[in-house]
Design a protein around this ligand. Structure first.
Ligand SMILES: [Zn+2]
Length: 96
């Protein structure tokens, strides 16, 4: 029996570019739980010389890229055009 965080590591290692929602659906927990888990997974996998790569969220209205965010959760609103039509971040684990 794997812990939830081990499941997240496995999913992110085997699949490329998973969204928080996809992870939440597969593990059957709320998105906010996945957000907390990713924060601690990020610290755990450092010791294996791996890291979580994030493809930033993008505003689908004006193409604003949400790069350099420190928060794991998805942005809900574009700071440029105030659109809420946003492609979510995508996560994967790769060797650092
Ligand atoms: Zn925008």
């Amino acid at each position: 029996m794997k812990t939830r965080r081990e499941k997240i590591i496995k999913l992110l290692s085997e699949h490329e570019d998973m969204t928080l929602q996809e992870l939440a659906d597969l593990i059957n927990v709320p998105v906010k739980t996945v957000v907390q888990d990713i924060d601690s997974v990020r610290k755990t996998i450092k010791y294996d010389n791996k890291r979580i790569e994030v493809r930033p969220a993008v505003c689908l209205n004006c193409n604003f890229v949400f790069s350099g965010r420190s928060r794991v959760s998805d942005p809900h609103k574009c700071p440029e055009c105030h659109s809420e039509w946003i492609a979510p971040q995508k996560f994967r684990i790769s060797p650092s």
